[in-house]
Ligand binder design. Structure first.
Ligand SMILES: *Cc1c(COP(=O)(O)O)cnc(C)c1O
Ligand code: SF4
Length: 348
């Protein structure tokens, strides 16, 4: 058994352990953890400084999770599944939920209806056969995104089998892996894993840091190993109330990510998923954050701010107002808020 597997075995999974460690009353957390599983790695737990801080809020159950009447699956993922575990929304790329487990269960997870539940998701080799068959039969798919749950919770053997079978399909040009283990279980990023992943280029990894304090030394090492294996690293952040809904925090996060060779890719508006209402921010907050990034720091530190539209209609990027048309004259607004006239040339 590898170190990371032993660490998975000693995760915190009961409210009582949290109560004992932080000296709080665990009783209100018990029904929440019964509905949505609780699991926190010792690494992530060690980063919490005090109850209620931005890391605490991401992983400790909150009674408000049970007081939210949104839909469990607002993005209609289940209806967009041609075979179990595949989500085929855009013509040329597909999301494949290869694992139903995560090192830590994030309280704001958009798939909280299914992650950590034993009955759902990728799993067994029959499901792998079906997904591979669909991808092989669908010539338009050139980009396969492994997600979950967390694909890197699979053993190296299973992951290697999946990657190998995808690589053998001629029209699959690239593979992406979405994973939070660099943040929650950085020990999972072993040199052996990196050697395995390297065999399947072009392979991209998108990870998921939400707060500058998550960029701990072990996470820095995990990202360095992946980058040294030639893997381009991106980051998806979820905009979360009380955690990172602050332009200064977000800017620091983006800058620190670039410093560890992780390129900010998306900031996600919280989906309208049941059990996550207390994390939601107004759309104006996201636009305010984008305005604080664009032009004020490296363009590389500026991701897209996206809303994943309800019903599975796709991601839509939002930008602060920065151009207004008056015939052939455009009024541009720069990062200082100055208005600049820009006359288009006559192209005829
Ligand atoms: C986000 C997403 C993708 C990937 O979108 P990109 O903009 O290419 O990163 C693909 N399929 C589904 C269902 C998605 O939600
Ligand atoms: S790691 Fe990702 S999939 Fe897993 S619980 Fe967190 S947000 Fe959800």
């Amino acid at each position: 058994m590898e170190l990371w597997q032993r660490q998975l075995g000693v995760c915190i999974t009961s409210p009582e352990e949290i109560g004992a460690r932080f000296g709080i009353d665990a009783a209100p957390l018990i029904p929440v953890a019964r509905r949505y599983p609780l699991q926190i790695t010792t690494h992530y737990l060690s980063l919490i400084e005090q109850p209620g801080d931005p890391l605490w809020r991401q992983c400790i159950p909150d009674p408000r999770e049970l007081m939210d009447d949104q839909q469990p699956d607002p993005l209609n993922e289940e209806e967009l599944s041609p075979v179990p575990g595949l989500i085929h929304r855009y013509p040329d790329r597909v999301v494949w939920l290869v694992s139903n487990h995560c090192a830590m269960y994030c309280r704001f997870c958009m798939r909280k209806r299914q992650v950590g539940c034993p009955t759902q998701g990728g799993g067994g080799s029959g499901a792998i056969d079906d997904a591979i068959h669909y991808i092989a039969q669908t010539g338009a798919i050139r980009d396969v995104i492994l997600s979950g749950g967390d694909p890197l919770l699979l053993d190296d053997d299973v992951l290697g089998e999946i990657l190998g079978r995808l690589k053998a399909i001629p029209h699959v040009e690239m593979i992406r892996i979405g994973t939070r283990v660099p943040v929650t279980l950085p020990e999972r990023v072993t040199t052996r894993l990196c050697r395995l992943l390297k065999r399947f280029h072009p392979l991209y990894v998108n990870t998921h840091f939400n707060h500058p304090r998550e960029i701990a030394p072990l996470s820095v090492r995990a990202c360095a190993r992946l980058a040294d294996a030639g893997i381009p690293l991106g980051n998806q952040t979820v905009l979360l109330r009380g955690i990172n809904d602050d332009p200064a925090v977000m800017k620091l996060l983006m800058q620190r990510l670039l410093a560890i060779r992780v390129r900010p890719y998306y900031i996600h508006q919280m989906d309208l998923v049941q059990g996550t209402g207390h994390f939601r921010t107004p759309v104006g907050k996201g636009l305010e954050i984008m305005a604080a990034l664009r032009g004020h720091t490296s363009g590389l530190a500026t991701p897209y701010y996206v809303i994943d539209s309800p019903g599975g209609k796709g991601k839509v990027p939002l930008l602060p107002d920065c151009a207004e048309r008056h015939g052939r004259m455009w009024l541009l607004r720069n990062f200082r808020g100055e208005s600049i006239e820009y006359a288009e040339c006559d192209l005829s």
